[in-house]
Design a protein around this ligand. Structure first.
Ligand code: NAP
Length: 242
């Protein structure tokens, strides 16, 4: 069996990526933080693709639990490894810096950026040993451009982009590719409450993207066809940031 782990797989972009990777023949490890019923729904969708999967509930910012969970999985699967990792879990807590509580700064960085370290680090060695791996992380236009009201989120996503570029160079010789996807506005719970009608006027494509469109890109980056793409950030934003 070929295994893929998607963090934040219970909803939105993560769920669509789980379905896409199942379509590609992967056994899915579906991580999420708290939403059991939505995670179960993702698992049902994976099964509808003719694959199986399992739920892996942990907070990506909790390093001890992440390490313990992944080590326990590796112990029970001594001859197998997770060959595709999608670092997708993320939150936003927008505020102008002048009003931003320390907790909102830290929580966003803890989940997006420290989560990248916590989950990627333990899975890296098996990928190197097997000489194949795909690490795909969800960044954002906010991490490339910097957006007002999102200093915390822009810092986290910019950090992911820099870490992606650095790590890609460390592991390229072992056929492990490391890339980031930078979405613009994608229709998920995360953009709920935003003024879509007003915002879409700023997007050349004149619409928000769908999770499935992002999942297609993730699927391509996970595929053997993308073997020579590494250390890259690929925007999927309808022309928003050009
Ligand atoms: P979403 O609909 O809000 O879903 C977030 C997912 O992350 C959920 O599955 C959630 O699990 C999980 N999650 C949150 N905190 C977690 C934690 N501490 N540990 C483990 N899982 C956690 O978000 P989305 O819009 O699909 O976004 C997915 C990724 O794309 C994020 O990194 C986001 O920053 C990035 N992105 C999104 C957009 C956009 O427009 N939507 C644009 C640019 C970048 P529960 O269900 O258990 O809460």
């Amino acid at each position: 069996m070929r295994y893929a782990l998607v963090t934040g797989g219970s909803r939105g972009i993560g769920r669509a990526i789980c379905v896409k990777l199942a379509q590609m023949g992967y056994h899915l490890l579906i991580n999420y933080a708290s939403n059991d019923s939505e995670a179960e729904a993702t698992l049902r969708m994976v099964r509808q693709m003719g694959q199986d999967g399992e739920l892996m509930k942990f907070d990506v910012s909790d390093r001890k639990t992440v390490t313990a969970t992944l080590e326990a999985w590796m112990e029970t699967h001594p001859d197998e490894y997770i060959e595709v990792l999608v670092n997708n879990a993320g939150i936003r807590r927008d505020n102008l810096m002048v009003f931003m509580p320390e907790e909102d700064w830290s929580r966003v960085l803890d989940i997006s950026l420290n989560g990248f370290y916590n989950v990627t680090q333990p899975l890296l060695q098996p990928m190197l040993v097997h000489k194949f791996g795909r690490i795909i992380s969800l960044a954002s236009v906010s991490g490339m451009k910097g957006l007002p009201g999102q200093a915390n989120y822009s810092a986290a996503k910019g950090g992911i982009i820099a870490a992606t570029k650095a790590l890609a160079q460390e592991v390229a010789r072992k056929n492990v590719t490391v890339n980031a996807i930078a979405p613009g506005f994608i229709k998920t719970d995360m953009v709920e409450g935003l003024d879509e009608a007003a915002l879409k006027k700023t997007i050349p494509a004149n619409r928000f993207g769908t999770p499935e469109e992002v999942a297609e890109l993730a699927g391509f980056l996970a595929s053997p066809a993308a073997a020579y793409i590494t250390g890259n950030v690929i925007a999927i934003d309808g022309g928003l940031y050009t």
